[in-house]
Ligand binder design. Structure first.
Ligand SMILES: Nc1nc2c(ncn2[C@@H]2O[C@H](COP(=O)(O)OP(=O)(O)OP(=O)(O)O)[C@@H](O)[C@H]2O)c(=O)[nH]1
Ligand SMILES: [Mg+2]
Length: 288
C-alpha cells in the first residue's frame, strides 16, 4: 500500500467558534485541538483577540478560530464583537455555542454575527455535564436554538469533560472544502511563544485578581534567553495607575508572586522546559 497517501490532506478549510462570553468556546477550541492554546478562566471576556489553531487529521486539515465572546451592544464592547464577525467572514463552517437553557440578549447578539453567513452552522449546547441530570432543561436549550436559526445540526456536548467532541470534530471535517493543506501538518498554532506567554500571564491575572483590574490589561514579554538549560523569561505587566500597581503586587509582593509562580508552571507544562520567570509591574503602556 502506498503509505504516504494516508498522510495527505485533501480537504482544508476554516471553522469559527462564536457565542456569548463564558459559554466554553475556548475550552471547546482546546479540546478539538488537543492542546491548551487559548486561555480559559471562570471570568467572562477572557478571550480578547482571534486565536488560531490547526487541526490535522488526515485527510482533513482545518484552522479553528476562537473569538471573543459577543455581547449585546448596550455593553459597549463592540470592538470584540467585530473580531468575531471577521472570523466568521473567513469561515467555511461556524460553531454557535450556548450553555444551559437560559437564552439571553448576548446569545441574541452572537447569533446576529451569523446573519450574513451562508455556510453551515452547528448549534452546540455546551456544559452537557451540568445539564444531563435535568433533561427538561436540555430539551429547552435545544428548542431555544431550533426556533431561532436553521442550524445544520444541533449537538449537545461537554468541552470540559470531552463528551461528544468526536462527533463535533467529524461534522467540522465533513464540511471542509476540497483542497490541500495550507499549514505544516505537525503544527498546532501559528502564534509565537511571546504571544502564548503573554496570554498565560493574562490568564493568571484574571484568575487571581478581581474586578478592580481591567480585563484588557496589557502584558509584554521583554526578554527570553537560555541560561544553563533554563529558559529565562522577563515579563512586564502594564497597569493604568499606582493604585492598580499596588493591587497587582499585593501585600509584601504576595499577589504577584502567586501569579508569577502559577504562570511559570503553566509555561513549563506547555513548553516542556524548565523556566525562570521574572515579572515587573509598571504604570503606563509598552513602547512599540
Ligand atoms: N461544567 C462545565 N464547564 C465548562 C465546560 N466548558 C467550559 N466550561 C467552563 O466555563 C468557563 C468559561 O470557559 P471558556 O472556555 O473560557 O469560555 P469562553 O466562551 O471562551 O469565554 P470568553 O473567552 O470570555 O468569551 C470555564 O470556567 C470553563 O472551565 C463544560 O463542558 N462543562
Ligand atoms: Mg474564550
Amino acid at each position: 500500500m502506498d503509505n504516504h497517501k494516508n498522510n495527505e490532506v485533501k480537504q482544508f478549510g476554516y471553522c469559527a467558534i462564536i457565542g456569548r462570553p463564558n459559554v466554553g468556546k475556548s475550552t471547546m477550541f482546546n479540546a478539538l485541538l488537543g492542546h491548551s492554546v487559548s486561555i480559559v478562566t471562570r471570568k467572562a471576556q477572557t478571550t480578547q483577540t482571534e486565536i488560531m489553531g490547526v487541526v490535522t487529521d488526515f485527510p482533513y486539515q482545518y484552522v479553528m478560530l476562537d473569538t471573543p465572546g459577543v455581547q449585546s451592544r448596550l455593553k459597549r464592547r463592540t470592538k470584540l464583537n467585530r473580531v468575531a464577525a471577521k472570523s466568521v467572514f473567513e469561515a467555511d463552517i461556524a460553531l454557535f455555542v450556548v450553555a444551559g437553557s437560559q437564552w439571553n440578549e448576548d446569545d441574541e447578539a452572537a447569533l446576529q454575527v451569523l446573519k450574513d453567513f451562508d455556510g453551515p452552522v452547528i448549534g452546540c449546547v455546551n456544559k452537557l455535564d451540568k445539564l444531563s441530570s435535568a433533561p427538561e432543561r436540555m430539551a429547552k436549550a435545544i428548542d431555544a436554538l431550533q426556533s431561532r436559526y436553521a442550524f445544520e445540526k444541533i449537538l449537545t456536548l461537554s468541552a470540559l469533560r470531552k463528551l461528544h467532541m468526536d462527533l463535533l470534530h467529524q461534522e467540522i471535517c465533513d464540511a471542509m472544502p476540497f483542497g490541500e493543506a495550507q499549514f505544516p501538518v505537525d503544527i498546532v498554532t501559528e502564534h509565537d511563544d511571546a504571544f502564548l506567554i503573554q496570554e498565560m500571564v493574562r490568564a493568571k491575572l484574571l484568575e487571581f485578581l478581581h474586578e478592580e483590574i481591567p480585563y484588557d490589561l496589557c502584558v509584554s514579554v521583554d526578554l527570553e534567553k537560555i541560561v544553563k538549560d533554563v529558559r529565562h523569561i522577563y515579563v512586564t505587566i502594564w497597569v493604568n495607575s499606582p493604585t492598580q500597581k499596588a493591587v497587582v503586587i499585593g501585600k509584601g509582593g504576595s499577589k504577584i508572586k502567586q501569579i508569577g509562580s502559577q504562570a511559570r508552571l503553566m509555561m513549563e507544562k506547555h513548553f516542556d522546559y524548565p523556566i525562570f520567570l521574572k515579572t515587573w509591574v509598571k504604570v503606563g503602556a509598552p513602547s512599540e
